[in-house]
Design a binder for this molecule. Structure first.
Ligand SMILES: NC(=O)c1ccc[n+]([C@@H]2O[C@H](COP(=O)([O-])OP(=O)(O)OC[C@H]3O[C@@H](n4cnc5c(N)ncnc54)[C@H](OP(=O)(O)O)[C@@H]3O)[C@@H](O)[C@H]2O)c1
Length: 229
């Protein structure tokens, strides 16, 4: 894993060294990308004190794991990285939760919504949520529709959707899928990221976009206000 000091994506990140309070919901939490890149990157950020205390990482996939099973499985997969930092891992693992969800079952996503409300209270994450679809693009459309139907994308200031590009098998299928995604969330909520990089770069990409989009929104609000006045 590259050091953050040599990571070019750190440039311009001075004001966002600590991520804002929120819940990062990872669909595909039992998959390869989660334990190989995402959780190692988040643990690394924790070690660098860049994860706020008001934070939660909620893993979702179909298999019926509990929070403890998810924590244990991640611990085994990350054993090399954790070695010598067991105490820090135990503290970090308090951020990890798991909810069994099949993205093609809308009632599962409704159940997730209730769980997120509970986690919001215990983790003080103020309803800020980032939904990361680390699943096959075949599930993007049904996943986005289920999230929207459950009301989880209703607040454009508090909920975001991360999808990996490229998606679709050609230009026309990508356009079709993009249209479905855009029918479920406002453009300001949608983060399309590239995957061919290290985990820490992926996570930085997500949080850098979050920052940039917040700034864009603020600038837009200031301009609108100025025009009205
Ligand atoms: N791994 C990499 O380094 C890498 C590199 C480039 C791109 N990608 C892309 O990243 C995405 C994830 O890759 P991956 O390697 O982690 O895939 P993976 O190992 O095959 O994992 C897929 C995940 O999706 C979950 N899943 C499958 N069907 C689901 C459903 N209906 N509802 C909810 N969850 C479901 C699976 O868990 P359950 O079976 O428990 O549901 C599993 O956690 C894919 O789009 C892949 O193309 C990955």
């Amino acid at each position: 894993m590259p050091s953050t000091l040599s990571n070019p994506l750190r440039l311009g990140l001075r004001q966002e060294r600590v991520i804002s309070p929120q819940c990062l919901v990872i669909f595909g939490a039992s998959g390869d990308l989660t334990h190989r890149k995402l959780i190692p990157a988040l643990f690394e950020l924790y070690l660098q004190r860049r994860i706020p205390s008001e934070f939660g990482i909620v893993g979702c996939a179909r298999r019926p794991w509990t929070d403890n099973e998810f924590r244990e499985k991640m611990k085994v997969k990350l054993s090399n990285q954790i070695s010598g930092k067991e105490r820090e891992w135990e503290q970090f693992s308090n951020y990890l939760f798991y909810e069994p969800v099949d993205l093609q079952q809308s009632d599962h996503v409704v159940r997730l919504s209730r769980r997120l409300n509970e986690i919001d209270k215990t983790q003080a994450t103020h309803g800020n949520r980032t939904f990361y679809l680390s699943v096959s693009p075949n599930f993007y459309a049904s996943g986005c529709k289920a999230l929207k139907a459950a009301g989880l994308l209703d607040d454009p200031k508090k909920s975001r959707l991360v999808i990996e590009k490229p998606f679709g098998s050609d230009y026309s299928s990508a356009k079709k899928l993009n249209k479905i995604v855009q029918s479920c969330a406002e453009e300001s909520q949608i983060y399309r990221i590239f995957l061919n990089q290290s985990g820490i770069e992926i996570i930085y990409q997500v949080f850098k976009l979050l920052h940039l989009k917040q700034w864009a929104l603020k600038i837009e609000q200031v301009i609108t206000k100025a025009l009205v006045l």
